[in-house]
Ligand binder design. Structure first.
Ligand SMILES: Cc1ncc(COP(=O)(O)O)c(C=O)c1O
Length: 453
C-alpha cells in the first residue's frame, strides 16, 4: 500500500491570524448557548473552521499587492481592464459582467432568459441555481451519471438527458453543467462528458450554461486522470472547457481565490444588452458590477493562480490526504473524494441514531465538542421535511468537511483526523436531537436543537 503523503504547502506564511482551542468545558457551554447549531458559534470560538470553502480562502502577496494598486474609477477603471483581460482569455466571451457573488449571476441570467415552465437539465444544480430557476417558474432536474467512471462521478447522464429532451423538447430551457458537481460531493466532470454535453446541446439547438465556481479543481482532475498528466498548462484546458459554453456563471469565492466576487459571461449580443439593464439596476455599472476596483484586481490575479499546477497539487492533495487518512481509521467517507471537501456518512457513523434524530447534527456537534472543529450537516436537518405530520428524511445523512483554500496546513488536518479517532471511540453526549425552533425555509441556518437521551 502506498502511503498517502500531505503535499508540501507551496507557500510560506507571511501573515498569521491566531486561532485557539477553548477548553472542552467551555466548548460544551458554547454549544449549549448556540442551541447546538454550529452556525450560531462565533468564529473566535472555533479552532478549525470547515464550514465552507466559499470566500474563506487566503489571498496571495500578489493579490494583496494588486489590491493596493486598485483603480476605483466609477467607469472603465484600470482594475476592470485587468479583470476583463483575464476573464476574456479564459472564457473567450466578449461580454463579461462582474457581480458581487455567484448567485447574483444566476439571478440576472434567469431573469432575462425564459424560465417560466421551462425545464433545465443539469449534472447537479447548486441550491442557489435551483432556487433562481424555480422561483421564476422553471423546473430544475438533476441527472448525474451514477455509472460514470471514478473519479468523474460529477458527469451528466447523457442518455437520460437526451431521452428527456426528446420527450419534452419544447419545454427544455437549456443544459447546465456545474464544475465540479458540488451537490453530489464536489466530484469532477470529465472533458469527454463536457464535449458530449456540448454535442447534445448543439444537436437539439439548446443553450449550454456552465457554473464554473470550481473550474480549476475540475481541470486538475481532467489533467491527472483523463489526460494522464499530459502538458502542464492547465489554463489551456480551462479555456477549452469554457469554449463549449454559451453562458458562464461563476462564484469567484471559490476558484477565483477571492473573498467576495463573481462574474457572468455571455457570447450573445442581445442577451448581453438585456443583462446590462438588470446589472445596472441591481449591481452597478457594467465595468464594476457589485465590486470595488481593488476586488477586480485581486480577482484577475487569483483566477490565474488557481490554475497553477503546484497550487492544485497542494489543494487536491490536501483533500486526498484527509480523505485517505479518515478512510484508514475506518471513518465512513463518501467515495470518491472531490476537489473541495470530504463528506462523512453520519448514518453509518451512528447507526443507532435514526434520521429523525439527526445523526449528522450529532456528529457535527461531537467534532466541535471534542476538537473545536466546525463542519456542516448535509442531511435531514438541511433537507428533511414534515409532510402531514410525517417525517420525510433526506436521501443521505452527511457531514461535510469543506477545506478553505490556502488556510490550513498538514498539522491542522492531523488534528481533524485525531479528533475523528477520539469521537469514534467515545459515546456521543446525546442520542440525537429534537428541533425546537425552525423557519419554514433553509432551516439549518437558524434552527434550535435540544438533545434527546
Ligand atoms: C457550484 C456553486 N454555484 C453557485 C454558488 C453560489 O455562489 P455564491 O455563494 O457566491 O452566491 C455556489 C456557492 O457555494 C456553488 O458552490
Amino acid at each position: 500500500m502506498t502511503e498517502i503523503m500531505h503535499p508540501p504547502e507551496p507557500f510560506k506564511i507571511k501573515m498569521t491570524e491566531p486561532i485557539w482551542l477553548l477548553p472542552r468545558k467551555q466548548r460544551y457551554e458554547k454549544l449549549k448557548e448556540a442551541h447546538y447549531n454550529l452556525f450560531f458559534l462565533r468564529s473566535r470560538d472555533v479552532f478549525i473552521d470547515l464550514l465552507t470553502d466559499s470566500g474563506t480562502g487566503a489571498m496571495s502577496q500578489d493579490q494583496w499587492a494588486a489590491m493596493l494598486l486598485g483603480d476605483e474609477a466609477y467607469a472603465g477603471a484600470r482594475s476592470w481592464e485587468e479583470f476583463y483581460s483575464v476573464a476574456n482569455d479564459l472564457t473567450g466571451c466578449e461580454h463579461i459582467f462582474p457581480v458581487h457573488q455567484g448567485r447574483a449571476a444566476e439571478r440576472i441570467i434567469f431573469s432575462v432568459v425564459d424560465t417560466d415552465g421551462k425545464i433545465f437539465i443539469s449534472n447537479g444544480h447548486f441550491d442557489t441555481t435551483r432556487a433562481n430557476i424555480e422561483s421564476r417558474g422553471g423546473i430544475a432536474i438533476d441527472l448525474p451519471d451514477e455509472n460514470a467512471k471514478s473519479p468523474f462521478k460529477g458527469n451528466l447522464d447523457i442518455a437520460r438527458a437526451e431521452e428527456l429532451i426528446k420527450q419534452k423538447r419544447d419545454r427544455i430551457g437549456g443544459l447546465i453543467l456545474t464544475l465540479t458537481n458540488n451537490t453530489f460531493g464536489g466530484v469532477p466532470v470529465s472533458l469527454e462528458n463536457i464535449r458530449q454535453t456540448y454535442e447534445l446541446a448543439k444537436k437539439h439547438d439548446l443553450p449550454l450554461y456552465m457554473d464554473i465556481a470550481r473550474i480549476a479543481e475540475n481541470v486538475y482532475f481532467i489533467w491527472k486522470y483523463e489526460l494522464n498528466e499530459e502538458g502542464d498548462d492547465l489554463w489551456e484546458i480551462g479555456k477549452e472547457i469554457c469554449r463549449y459554453a454559451d453562458v458562464l456563471m461563476m462564484s469567484a469565492k471559490k476558484d477565483g481565490l477571492v473573498n467576495m466576487g463573481g462574474m457572468l459571461c455571455v457570447r450573445d449580443d442581445t442577451l448581453a444588452e438585456q443583462i446590462k439593464i438588470d446589472l445596472i439596476l441591481g449591481e452597478g455599472f457594467p465595468t464594476y458590477g457589485g465590486l470595488a476596483g481593488r476586488d477586480l484586481s485581486a480577482l484577475a490575479v487569483g483566477l490565474k493562480e488557481a490554475f497553477q499546477l503546484p497550487y492544485l497539487e497542494y489543494r487536491i492533495g490536501q483533500v486526498r490526504y484527509l480523505w485517505h487518512r479518515l478512510k484508514e481509521i475506518e471513518i465512513p467517507v463518501l467515495k470518491p473524494h472531490g476537489g473541495h471537501a470530504v463528506y462523512v456518512d453520519a448514518a453509518k457513523f451512528y447507526p443507532d441514531i435514526p434520521p429523525e434524530k439527526y445523526p449528522g447534527q450529532v456528529l457535527a456537534c461531537m467534532l466541535y465538542l471534542e476538537g473545536g472543529i466546525r463542519t456542516v450537516e448535509i442531511g435531514s436537518v438541511m433537507f428533511g421535511k414534515e409532510e402531514n405530520g410525517k417525517f420525510i428524511p433526506a436521501p443521505k445523512e452527511l457531514v461535510r468537511l469543506a477545506i478553505p483554500r490556502r488556510i490550513y496546513t498538514q498539522s491542522h488536518m492531523d488534528h481533524v483526523i485525531r479528533v475523528f479517532e477520539q469521537v469514534k471511540n467515545k459515546e456521543s453526549f446525546c442520542k440525537g436531537f429534537r428541533i425546537t425552533k425552525a423557519m419554514p425555509y433553509l432551516r439549518h441556518f437558524t434552527a434550535h436543537f435540544e438533545p434527546v437521551n
